[in-house]
Unconditional design. Structure first.
Length: 248
């Protein structure tokens, strides 16, 4: 299958210090690719690099036939690539409805906005129930949902999620991964960075392990689920999801 999101030989860092080096990966339409790795491995840096947020980035990124290199974030969004960063990114003083409208700022067709909003809210009943509530008063999980919902208003062809489950209660974690699966079911290419290795490998089609800015292992999620190295390094002896910092 040809890749929807194609990343080729991407290197990037901060202020001339390279963090991510020579990373290539493909995310086919309708599939979830999970990136796992210890704290500081460069996972967030990789997503920022793909989203053209790091000056001096090298390599090539394509979405379908569109070359994304050098495009500003709004242009990337317009081209169909959405990104939910690891940090919270809702507008706390705005309501859910207003936050969603911000996500639709690239659209100028009121009927289309209404239709898309309706479709997105069907995925997130908890948000529909409180459209007038200020985003800042939502639980962490609800805010994550809102961030994801907001990016879906542009009907992206590919979505990058950085640690979508961080800080969420177990039930909410399941909801997040269900949502990712449903997006993939609609043909979206999903690239997700996760510390919850067990959950993400259960939801993903492919897994990629990053260490020190490089890909050290890439395989089907099923193979990685039964890979000794993954179990030892990322799942812990007791089978607990990895959660401790890598650096002593
Ligand atoms: N804005 C920044 N300026 C300088 N160095 C940074 C910056 N952001 C991250 N780094 C460094 O880049 C390296 C990789 O960080 P990154 O955030 O990509 O890791 P990560 O794999 O996402 O980790 P985590 O699992 O903790 O989120 C780290 O050594 C970090 O200190
Ligand atoms: Mg990170």
């Amino acid at each position: 299958m040809s890749a929807m999101l194609s990343v080729r030989d991407v290197s990037a860092g901060y202020g001339g210090r390279m963090i991510v080096e020579g990373v290539s990966l493909d995310v086919p339409a309708g599939q979830i690719v999970a990136v796992i790795g210890h704290n500081g491995a460069g996972k967030s840096t990789l997503l920022k690099a793909v989203f053209n947020l790091l000056p001096g980035r090298r390599g090539r990124v394509r979405l379908g036939d569109t070359v994304l290199d050098g495009l500003a974030p709004q242009r990337l969004l317009a081209a169909g690539l959405a990104y939910v960063p690891q940090e919270r990114s809702t507008f706390p003083k705005l309501t859910i409805a207003e936050n969603l409208r911000m996500g639709a700022y690239l659209l100028d067709d009121a009927a289309l906005i209404a239709e898309r909003t309706e479709r997105v809210l069907a995925l997130f009943p908890a948000l529909r129930a409180r459209l007038g509530q200020l985003a800042g008063t939502l639980s962490g999980g609800e805010q994550r949902m809102l961030e994801i919902a907001r990016t879906l208003l542009v009907a992206p062809r590919a979505v990058m999620l950085d640690e979508p489950s961080i800080g969420l209660a177990p039930k909410m974690v399941d909801t997040v991964f269900d949502t990712a699966r449903r997006l993939a079911g609609q043909g979206v290419a999903v690239l997700v960075v996760e510390q919850n290795v067990r959950k993400v490998l259960a939801a993903a089609d492919t897994g990629i392990v990053m260490e020190m800015g490089r890909i050290v292992l890439a395989d089907s999620a099923a193979s990685l689920r039964s890979d000794d190295r993954v179990a030892r390094l990322y799942l812990g002896a007791a089978g607990r999801a990895f959660s401790a910092p890598a650096h002593p």
